[in-house]
Write a protein that binds this ligand. Structure first.
Ligand SMILES: CC(C)(COP(=O)(O)OP(=O)(O)OC[C@H]1O[C@@H](n2cnc3c(N)ncnc32)[C@H](O)[C@@H]1OP(=O)(O)O)[C@@H](O)C(=O)NCCC(=O)NCCS
Length: 142
């Protein structure tokens, strides 16, 4: 279901739990919950946010970027990440979607590859600790 600015505290918590030192600063979390045109979806179990995804279309290019996806550790491996990714892809509705992921994050990379994302580039030294970002892309025939 769609997330709103009321989810600020829960999203902060989820970011910390999922990304530790790579968690977004407060301003980025506020931005992703409030900028117009962002697809922001949450997974909720028993009234609690357990997963979140956000993506944004870059209009002229018919290309979208997935900005973040995370599922609370205790709720991982139950299909929630896949369900969020599916729903976000549908909502974005573009021909190409890109995302970046920390090199070595094999759990996420496996998820994306199983969805049909393929590597199209890398950004050296992008994440904390000098870790590269792997850039993946998927094409849709809509
Ligand atoms: C990546 C993430 C969102 C996946 O969420 P999830 O709800 O666990 O995903 P799913 O249960 O839908 O699993 C989908 C597939 O991902 C892969 N996967 C998920 N967890 C895995 C694990 N621990 N080990 C290996 N593969 C894994 C598998 O291919 C899995 O399919 P399968 O269960 O049929 O084998 C979640 O692991 C997460 O939040 N990680 C921390 C944050 C992060 O790294 N986000 C991505 C940043 S770009």
């Amino acid at each position: 279901m769609p997330a709103t600015w009321r989810d600020l505290q829960e999203l902060r918590h989820l970011e910390q739990a999922c990304f530790q030192q790579d968690a977004w600063p407060l301003l980025d979390v506020i931005g992703v919950l409030s900028f117009p045109g962002v697809v922001r979806l949450k997974a909720v179990i028993a009234g609690k946010m357990v997963g979140f995804i956000a993506g944004e279309v870059c209009k002229p290019e018919d290309l979208a970027w997935i900005a973040t996806i995370g599922v609370l550790p205790a709720f991982q491996r139950r299909g929630i990440g896949s369900a969020l990714l599916n729903a976000c892809e549908e909502n974005l509705g573009v021909e190409r979607i890109r995302l970046s992921v920390r090199a070595g994050n094999n759990t996420a990379i496996r998820l994306y590859e199983s969805f049909g994302y393929r590597q199209v580039g890398s950004w050296p030294d992008y994440y904390r600790g000098g870790v590269d970002a792997v850039v993946l892309e998927k094409h849709f025939h809509r």
